[in-house]
Design a binder for this molecule. Structure first.
Ligand SMILES: C[S@@+](CC[C@H](N)C(=O)[O-])C[C@H]1O[C@@H](n2cnc3c(N)ncnc32)[C@H](O)[C@@H]1O
Length: 279
């Protein structure tokens, strides 16, 4: 079924913040461009054109988004298996793909509870694939804007117990949040809402890896897409972890975060990624 028909026919019970972008297939959206790079089918001509423009400037983007997806899976596995985390708040979920957070977490801990948040109508249309929880655990989907974090926290409390540790996940999201929206303040507010022993994990597009190619890619993307990108340096991304304990190996290119094999480690990406614990 096409993305458009799916949106029209969506029966999702997800609550809406009222701020989700409407479906405009004539302009590229990050969720659909990302889906295109991952080899998915939920994208339109405008998304493919923007995706191709970025590939022309930075051919490594396809490997980069795949390395980021592998990072997501490794982090969730680590958090569930080694850190004992049973609650996940995955903001900027994206169109369902391989290794969605609840699939990885519940493979380790069937009682894991996962709340997904995104503001794209195509992601909402596919939310049912994210609601396929194990019987012991739970999943929910919230249709909301990251910048509306109060509403996210309120609605996430239907599923998550905020007196117990929560992993806040902002994977490949923050480069879509400009400085004018105070992303540092929002991350800090989200981490203030979770108890000691909680985790923050994030990845974001770098401005200081393959810098020239990435600047060109950003310029092309920003001229064609609904959300403009704000790439950040290592220091700018590290600032998101202020007040938290960054776990080894620190903030690194995503493929270097505890790679599962030499093959994974040898991938290339232009994304910084890390995991930190709230003391
Ligand atoms: C690049 S995709 C990343 C998807 C997934 N986290 C991953 O790493 O594979 C970014 C996602 O963030 C969502 N997004 C962007 N800005 C957002 C906002 N302000 N609020 C909620 N979601 C947002 C987009 O709709 C898209 O699905």
């Amino acid at each position: 079924m096409s993305a458009e028909k799916e949106v029209a026919g969506s029966q999702s019970s997800a609550a809406s913040s009222g701020e989700a972008p409407g479906l405009d297939t004539g302009v590229a959206h990050s969720a659909r461009v990302h889906d295109y790079w991952l080899g998915g089918k939920e994208n339109y001509a405008a998304d493919r054109a923007a995706g191709d423009a970025v590939i022309a400037a930075y051919p490594g983007i396809v490997m980069s988004v795949r390395a980021n997806r592998a990072f997501l899976a490794r982090v969730v596995r680590f958090l569930a298996a080694e850190a004992g985390i049973r609650q996940f708040l995955d903001i900027g979920t994206g169109i369902p793909s391989a290794n969605n957070t609840h699939e990885v977490a519940q493979a380790v801990a069937p009682d894991a509870r996962v709340v997904y948040v995104d503001y794209d109508p195509v992601v909402l249309a596919h939310a049912r694939a994210l609601l396929d929880s194990s019987p012991e655990g739970a999943t929910d989907y919230i249709d909301a804007d990251f910048r509306n974090y109060d509403a996210i926290l309120e609605q996430a409390a239907r599923t998550l117990d905020f007196s117990q540790p929560v992993a806040v996940m902002l994977i490949a999201l923050l480069h879509l949040i400009g400085d004018q929206d105070d992303p540092y303040g929002i991350v800090s507010a989200l981490m203030a809402a979770v108890p000691s022993g909680s985790y923050l994990t994030l990845s974001q597009v770098a401005s200081d890896i393959q810098a020239e190619q990435m600047a060109e890619a950003r310029q092309r993307y920003n001229s064609m897409a609904r959300e403009t990108q704000r790439h950040r340096t290592h220091a700018e991304v590290a600032r998101f972890f202020t007040g938290l304990e960054l776990l080894p190996p620190g903030l690194v290119p995503v493929q270097q975060w505890r790679p599962g094999s030499d093959f994974e480690a040898q991938a290339k990406s232009a994304m910084w990624g890390g995991v930190a614990r709230k003391p």
